[in-house]
Design a protein around this ligand. Structure first.
Ligand SMILES: N[C@@H](CCC(=O)N[C@@H](CS)C(=O)NCC(=O)O)C(=O)O
Length: 223
């Protein structure tokens, strides 16, 4: 299976974590949408939105991390990432959707201000970043802190909910932020445990060269 994207992208990492959880190999084709030289010549056919990730599984092309995880679970059901139990399934998909909103409201604006704007020669709007961190992120962390428990977020196994939270919080840490253990003890402890699980350890090792290239440190993710 070929995966177009870059592991520093929240949604590409989400697919890579699901593939790792399922024990499936993939070939990564590095595509960074803001760098036109990295786009395959048929990019508009592969990704109608222009966003990453996209998979090619033989002659089958599929964009969008949510659609891809649904596809992977249907095709490789032995280790599911979407629970079968109706309530667990509902909750796992709800948390995935909630993290989609977190990405839109917190990660995307921070990434844009701190990484994309400077790359494009613009000045970062620190006021915007400060507002996101002081007013918006706390709402999400408060809710997620209430959901975090000693094991997995939903049911008795890793699911799309853990993958969605983990991939977003990894980027949050790359951006120099942390989930305060004093303010959000349950969420902070949950995330600390999550990043020491084998699939996260494997993923972080694989993406380390990409992180270093961007000047992102993994130090705050170490146990
Ligand atoms: N709903 C999409 C969202 C994908 C998305 O937002 N991808 C980001 C990277 S994480 C992207 O391609 N950004 C480039 C851009 O906005 O041009 C999914 O789940 O795959």
């Amino acid at each position: 299976m070929k995966l177009h994207g870059v592991p520093l992208s929240v949604h590409t990492r989400k697919v890579q974590l699901a593939l790792r959880a399922k024990g499936l190999d993939h070939e990564l084709n590095v595509v960074i949408p803001i760098l036109p030289e990295t786009l395959p010549t048929n990019w508009s056919q592969l990704s109608p939105t222009g966003l990453i990730p996209v998979i090619e599984d033989g002659d089958f092309i599929l964009p969008d991390s949510s659609a891809i995880l649904q596809y992977l679970d249907a095709k490789h059901p032995a280790i599911p990432v979407i629970p079968a139990d109706p309530r667990e399934r509902g909750r796992a998909l709800w948390i995935e959707a909630y993290l989609g909103a977190f990405f839109r409201d917190v990660i995307h604006p921070l990434f844009h201000q701190r990484v994309v704007a400077p790359m494009q020669g613009g000045a970062p709007d620190t006021g915007l970043s400060d507002r996101v961190l002081s007013e918006v992120a706390p709402r999400y962390f408060g809710y997620l802190g209430g959901e975090a428990r000693s094991g997995w977020l939903v049911g008795e196994a890793l699911s799309i909910a853990d993958i969605a939270v983990g991939t977003n919080l990894v980027l949050f840490h790359y951006l120099g932020e942390t989930v305060s253990p004093a303010r959000y003890p349950a969420l902070s402890a949950y995330f600390r445990r999550l990043v020491t699980t084998p699939i996260f350890v494997e993923q972080l090792a694989a993406e380390k060269p990409f992180a270093e290239q961007m000047g992102f440190s993994q130090d705050s993710l170490a146990a």
